[in-house]
Design a protein around this ligand. Structure first.
Ligand code: ADP
Length: 263
């Protein structure tokens, strides 16, 4: 028959190795199994920073108590870990909200030009700090689509943030409004988020929009990633009856294209 296993790996206490367990889950439905995996993933993702925090608290109470320099360093690390947990919880809430509403198509008129200008403004400081040139190619005119402004902002924030995180020197966000005559027929607006960074190997592309899927989890965590950004993007785009296309060349860069129907 169709056998399915869930394989988990847990580091053993004291760093003495890894416990690998394989559980026969053939009897569970796909949905039940996915939910279980999700809960296991969330617990693991929350526990990692929590374990770090608990360790630092112990150190602050003991060895580092009378060392102000070490104390400052530990507190800075603790703040980073706490911020990570905070981001994870916000992303989980966004994801569950978007999933709950997925069948309800949002219909408020949203000016995508304004959305992208806002994304540019909030990302500019981080890009500058990272030494990344941020180029936006936007029309002067309003480009209105039916949608949810906050969610569409989140789509382009997540994509542009990833482009800065995993990108090279330049990130370009280019809007292609539909030609006026096709707009009447509801043609989609296309927005490309393009970077010249490390790229994504072809075997990973179909999976990177899955929750918690990362090409390199250590690197993603180091950069403050939650592993949920693209899952949120996928659900928001689908709620808008749009499409997400990912093209990438390892070593050259990536292009994420979002299509949002104009009516
Ligand atoms: P994360 O919080 O890890 O960034 P995402 O869901 O946003 O989570 O992205 C999932 C994974 O997809 C990332 O960990 C990374 O491996 C890959 N990825 C996303 N965007 C890019 C990009 N622009 N260039 C290269 N890899 C990317």
């Amino acid at each position: 028959g169709d056998m399915r296993y869930r394989v988990t790996a847990e580091p053993l206490e004291g760093g003495q190795g890894v416990l690998v367990a394989a559980e026969d889950v053939s009897h569970l439905s796909e949905v039940v199994q996915q939910r279980r995996d999700f809960v296991a993933n969330v617990s693991h993702e929350l526990r990692t920073p929590l374990t770090a925090l608990l360790g630092f608290i112990e150190t602050l109470r003991g060895p580092a108590r009378d060392d102000p320099a070490a104390r400052e360093r530990f507190l800075a690390t603790m703040a980073r870990e706490a911020e990570r947990m905070n981001r994870l919880v916000s992303d989980l809430l966004s994801l569950s909200r978007v999933e709950a509403e997925e069948r309800i198509r949002p219909t408020a008129p949203v000016d995508l030009t304004a959305v992208l200008r806002a994304v540019r403004a909030s990302l500019a400081p981080a890009a500058e700090e990272a030494g990344v040139a941020l180029e936006f190619v936007l029309p002067d005119a309003r480009v209105v689509v039916p949608g949810d402004a906050d969610q569409l902002t989140q789509v382009f924030m997540n994509l542009a943030e990833n482009a800065v995180k995993y990108g090279g020197r330049t990130v370009r966000v280019v809007m292609h409004p539909p030609a006026p005559e096709t707009a009447l027929r509801g043609e989609a607006v296309r927005v490309d988020v393009v970077d010249d960074g490390e790229g994504i190997a072809p075997e990973h592309i179909p999976r990177i929009t899955e929750r918690f899927y990362r090409v390199d989890s250590h690197r993603s965590r180091e950069k403050g990633g939650t592993g949920l950004g693209l899952a949120i993007v996928k659900h928001i785009v689908s709620r808008h009856r749009g499409r997400l296309r990912i093209a990438s060349q390892p070593g050259k860069g990536s292009e994420f294209s979002v299509y949002i129907p104009a009516s």
